[in-house]
Design a protein around this ligand. Sequence first.
Ligand SMILES: Cc1cc2nc3c(=O)[nH]c(=O)nc-3n(C[C@H](O)[C@H](O)[C@H](O)COP(=O)(O)OP(=O)(O)OC[C@H]3O[C@@H](n4cnc5c(N)ncnc54)[C@H](O)[C@@H]3O)c2cc1C
Length: 334
Amino acid sequence: MVDLVNSQDFKARDEAIEQLAARLGVRAERGRRFAELTSLRVGGAVDWVISPETEAQAAAVVHELDQARIAWRALGSGSNVLADDGNHRYVILSVKELKGEPQFDETRVSVSAGYSLPRLCIDVARRGLSGIEGLGGIPGTAGGALWMNAGAYGHEIGTVTESVRVARDGRVDEVPGNSVKWDYRHTSFREGDLLLGATLSLTEDDSEKIQARMNEAKERRLASQPHGARSAGCFFKNPPASTTGTGKIIDDMGMKGARRGSAVVSPVHANFIVTEGDDARASDAIALAEEIRERVKREQGIDLEYEVELWRANEPSERAPEESEPEGSDEKGA
Ligand SMILES: Cc1cc2nc3c(=O)[nH]c(=O)nc-3n(C[C@H](O)[C@H](O)[C@H](O)COP(=O)(O)OP(=O)(O)OC[C@H]3O[C@@H](n4cnc5c(N)ncnc54)[C@H](O)[C@@H]3O)c2cc1C
């Protein structure tokens, strides 16, 4: 076992990763950067990207990484992640290759975590299945949507999730959807849970009506959000105690178009931070986000919470077993 808890023995870790990739037949790459893996197109180097192609393979990979206490993080399309510019010395477990065709059984659909959410919305609408048409314009994978209970225009993925397949002890474990807490852009899945897929339970409706509702949601999105810009969607959550959305709060402070280096508050939607240029830096986006947070706190007394996940290069750190928190206490933060 490569014990990285108290050592920086990356050579031994790298050998262990090469061996497990060869043994399990998965692609393991070096030399990738978050700037090519995330929609904001910023962020530093990643030590390893491992890309399993089946759910069973993915479950086996994370089990072996856990056993060897090698730090890893799951990544879908990277459309909700802002990784900083540092060297991220952990493994990215990419789920993007877990994308077999969805399996239909009457009003149910089983989908793997790497399947595109927009494509899934089109597939189910064509079959006359309703329940996720409001999510049609949300970029990313089904797994990313499940992880943070993605939602838009009155639909949230958690509402229609009958069960989720999660990697546990090297196996594919089926977790009932009603045992998961589905909150606003937050779920009770825990750090270390790799979501492999899900079964959604939908409702029959007229296919054309579903597609019309989906197109309407997409048009509303196109009219109110920057199109083709490099963003991670809404940067901050809406404040729970306020009837005013975060975009309007930031807009009212006159911050549309505010810039920090390569990061800009979108002139179209003030809750979108967009990046510009080939050498855009995460530090600019973080500095701009913090400037917004400070001003909103000072002028409105509101604590804005990030909706985008900020990944620091010095996290996650490997934890010794005795440092582990008790069962149930380590739900992921929003
Ligand atoms: C233009 C734009 C518009 C957007 N609009 C919306 C919107 O209307 N509503 C909304 O909810 N979001 C929106 N988003 C945010 C984003 O698209 C969603 O959060 C999406 O569901 C993220 O999916 P992803 O595959 O890109 O996840 P990633 O960004 O890759 O990952 C996000 C988080 O999920 C975790 N994760 C991903 N896959 C797995 C897995 N299989 N197992 C365990 N953990 C996993 C990652 O570790 C990370 O913590 C928007 C983003 C953009 C760029």
